[in-house]
Write a protein that binds this ligand. Structure first.
Ligand SMILES: NC(=O)c1ccc[n+]([C@@H]2O[C@H](COP(=O)([O-])OP(=O)(O)OC[C@H]3O[C@@H](n4cnc5c(N)ncnc54)[C@H](O)[C@@H]3O)[C@@H](O)[C@H]2O)c1
Ligand SMILES: N[C@@H](CCO)C(=O)O
Ligand code: NA
Length: 436
């Protein structure tokens, strides 16, 4: 049988890794797919640049539209990133009847509804396993492996760069900026690394996970997003003292009131497996009504782990190419006509437990004022530590863990606490999940 001809757009970290894996494992991959998978064309912005892969045997072009318009190409692999150009290229490839594989979570989270609708009309596949949690086959696990369940919730460490930064800061006391620069050099970070550290990338991935878990449209604009830039060394140490790790989590939960979609730093009990997922590793906990909690772990970024997912998608495309489009696994796990637009809760209506840290004057009555305010907002305290004042200072750090409360009650309580004359500066707050 003739080889399947693939055109790769972008030969950076993931593009280079994909070419390398396809070449190195060509025989094994063909045994699985039933046909040889050949990268016959690739597009790169700079044709003479040194890259991590060998481009022998491929025709290179600086114009990616040549590839998406080439009648000889069966599958387009989009690894350029970004929204606008990537969207134009993917839609053109679909219009030309080509299947698409992409690692671009920003593209899928923002334009996936339109892209899948177009792909449906043309009967082509758009695959995106590499877009979420790198090499972990989490899309496949949820879309196929858990299809007998009602998914109750999922929670994941879904940004490798952020987890790498938090781990290095905690274990080696390294500076934020220094670790971020290393993550960029290792090819983990997004082209704009604020996407990693401000939680935007995790928000894109959570959007995709929630959609395939609950059968809802992709809606990135509804995700509550908080990054890791405000986490201090002191918070990491106090959390440890209380038996918790701070991880940046994406959480999607199906509640009676609506769907929770949120990305934020989170205290997790140290004994949980997911609290011990370090470095560039990612992990996603998915709880189904029948199966209970399940956990998926692996490298969340990097050339070959991500290529592993891109190549698996290529194998799936090749296997299903000649099948009836109606009988393929639906893009968003649920049949396109069965996607239901359930309400997504606003940040105010989300309920979680909290870690709070404030700095107060070391005087009688201060603690009573703080606890009175919390009680007035029906917020119960689970644990409280008052530290010794630092040498030469009259104020003390107070650390509290609260029981679950509505975000709007917590916002109101924090505003009142910050207004106390005996409390200095802002109250630091980090959400807490037991994930039990
Ligand atoms: N790096 C990772 O670990 C990782 C993991 C999962 C998903 N992703 C996603 O994969 C995609 C690619 O990421 P990357 O890390 O490989 O980025 P990268 O910057 O290393 O590679 C992108 C490549 O695309 C090229 N490019 C840009 N404009 C182009 C154009 N007009 N024509 C041809 N080439 C063009 C760039 O020159 C660059 O070589 C992004 O969507 C990213 O979010 C990356
Ligand atoms: N920048 C992303 C790449 C993988 O999606 C991360 O660090 O997780
Ligand atoms: Na994946």
């Amino acid at each position: 049988m003739k080889p399947v001809k693939v055109g790769v757009l972008g030969l950076g970290t993931v593009g280079g890794g994909t070419v390398n894996v396809l070449k190195r494992n060509a025989e094994e991959i063909a045994r699985r797919a039933g046909r040889e998978i050949l990268v016959s064309r690739a597009s790169a912005r700079n044709l003479t640049q040194q890259r991590i892969c060998d481009t022998q045997g491929m025709s290179l072009t600086a114009d990616p539209f040549e590839i998406v318009n080439d009648p000889d190409i069966d599958v387009v692999v989009e690894l350029i990133g970004g929204y606008d150009l990537a969207k134009q290229l993917v839609l053109t490839a679909i219009a030309n009847g080509k299947h698409v594989v992409t690692a671009n979570k920003a593209l899928i989270a923002l334009h996936g509804n339109e892209i899948f609708a177009e792909a449906g009309k043309k009967g082509v596949m758009v695959m995106f396993e590499a877009a979420v949690a790198g090499g972990i086959p989490i899309i496949k696990a949820i879309r196929e492996g858990l299809s007998g369940n009602r998914i109750k919730w999922l929670a994941g460490i879904i940004n490798g760069t952020g987890n790498f930064i938090l781990t290095e800061m905690r274990d080696k006391g390294r500076d934020f900026a220094d670790v971020l620069a290393e993550a960029q050099a290792l090819g983990y970070a997004e082209a704009d690394p604020t996407f990693d550290v401000e939680g935007i990338d995790a928000g894109h991935k959570l959007t995709i996970l929630a959609s395939i878990a609950f059968g809802i449209p992709l809606q990135f604009d509804k995700v509550f997003t908080e990054g890791i830039t405000q986490i201090t060394r002191a918070d990491v140490e106090y959390a440890e003292e209380l038996g918790y790790r701070i991880k940046h989590l994406g959480v999607a939960r199906h509640t009676e009131q609506g769907i929770e979609l949120r990305v934020h730093p989170t205290l997790i009990p140290k004994r949980r497996l997911i609290a011990n997922v370090d470095g560039v590793m990612n992990a996603v906990l998915v709880c189904g009504d029948a199966v209970g909690p399940t956990l998926y772990y692996g490298a969340g970024a990097g050339a070959e782990p991500t290529a592993s997912a891109v190549v698996a998608d290529l194998v799936d495309v090749v296997r299903a190419m000649t099948s009836d489009p109606e009988n393929r696994v639906p893009h968003l796990a649920f049949q396109a006509n069965a996607i239901v637009d359930m309400p997504v809760l606003s940040a105010d209506d989300i309920k979680t437990a909290y870690y709070l840290r404030l700095t107060a004057e070391d005087k009688p009555g201060v603690l009573a004022d703080v606890t009175r305010i919390l009680a007035a907002h029906q917020i119960s305290i689970e644990a409280l530590i008052q530290k010794e004042p630092l040498a030469g200072e009259s104020s003390v750090p107070i650390i509290m863990l609260t029981q679950q409360t509505l975000e709007k009650e917590m916002n109101a309580a924090i505003a009142e606490i910050e207004a106390l004359a005996t409390v200095t500066g802002k109250v630091a707050r980090i959400r807490l999940e037991t994930l039990g």
